[in-house]
Design a binder for this molecule. Structure first.
Ligand code: DER
Length: 218
C-alpha cells in the first residue's frame, strides 16, 4: 500500500549512509525494509548491532553478522524508525516494544538517521500513546506517578519485552516540552526507559513522501 511504499522509499534512501563497519539497526516495519535493502550491500559492511530479537532474526536471515554491542564499542551510524517525529527531530518511539535497546544503540552511535513515512511527522508530539518500559514489580507504582504527571497509563497486557519487562502506554501527556518530560519520567523509580527521544534526538530524518524521499535536518 501507499504508506508501505513510503516506508520502503525512506529505507532505501538511508542506504547511502551505510558506508562500512558495523551498523546500528532499530526495529519495526520501516526498519525491516532497511534490513532487506542492507542485504543487497552486505559486502560493504562488517555487520550490525541489533535492537531486538526480531531485527536480529531478520539480519541473520540475510546472512548479515550480528554483533553484541559490548564487542564493538561506539558505532558510526544508527538507523531506526519512529512512531512520531517533530521538526526538532525529537521522537516518540516504542510502538514495537523495543525502546530500551533502541535507545541504548542510538546513544552508542555518532549519527542517528531516522526513517519514516510522512504520516510520522507532526508539529507537536503526543497524539501517539507514550510507551514506558517498567520493571514488573513497579508497574502500579509507576502508573500512579504517571497519573500525577497528567497521563492516562494503559498496561500493554500480554507483552513482555526482550529484557523481561512490561510496557505502559500513556495517553493525554502534554509533550510541548519533550526534554523536561523525558527527564521527569526517567526519574520515576521502576522506569527502565521512556519512549521520548529528545535528550538525544535523531540527527537526520528521511521522510518517505508522495513526491519521493525528503531529508530533514533539525
Ligand atoms: O517501536 C519502535 O520504536 C519502532 O521504531 C516504531 O516506532 C516504528 O515502527 P514502524 O516502522 O513499524 O512504524
Amino acid at each position: 500500500n501507499n504508506q508501505d511504499a513510503m516506508k520502503q522509499q525512506a529505507a532505501e534512501a538511508a542506504l547511502t549512509y551505510a558506508e562500512g563497519g558495523v551498523i546500528g539497526v532499530g526495529t519495526g516495519s520501516t526498519v525491516n525494509h532497511f534490513i532487506d535493502a542492507l542485504a543487497r550491500i552486505k559486502g560493504r559492511i562488517e555487520g550490525a548491532v541489533s535492537s531486538s530479537e526480531a531485527s536480529t532474526k531478520r539480519l541473520e536471515g540475510h546472512g548479515i553478522r550480528v554483533f553484541d554491542l559490548n564487542a564493538v564499542g561506539e558505532l558510526s551510524l544508527y538507523v531506526d524508525g519512529a512512531d512520531e517525529a517533530n521538526h526538532a527531530l525529537q521522537l516518540i518511539k516504542g510502538g514495537g516494544g523495543a525502546l530500551t535497546r533502541e535507545k541504548i544503540v542510538a546513544a552508542a552511535s555518532r549519527q542517528f538517521v531516522c526513517i519514516a513515512d510522512q504520516s510520522k511527522l507532526v508539529d507537536v508530539l503526543g497524539a501517539f500513546p507514550l510507551p514506558v518500559e517498567v520493571i514488573p514489580m513497579a508497574r502500579s507504582h509507576v502508573a500512579r506517578q504517571l497519573v500525577k504527571l497528567g497521563g492516562t497509563p494503559v498496561w500493554r497486557e500480554g507483552v513482555i519485552t526482550d529484557n523481561g519487562n512490561l510496557i505502559l502506554d500513556v495517553q493525554n501527556l502534554d509533550l510541548i516540552d519533550p526534554v523536561t518530560l523525558e527527564q521527569a519520567i526517567n526519574n520515576i523509580a521502576g522506569v527502565v526507559t521512556v519512549g521520548i527521544f529528545a535528550l538525544r534526538p535523531a540527527d537526520l530524518l528521511i521522510l518517505g513522501t508522495a513526491d519521493g524521499p525528503k531529508t530533514l535536518h533539525p
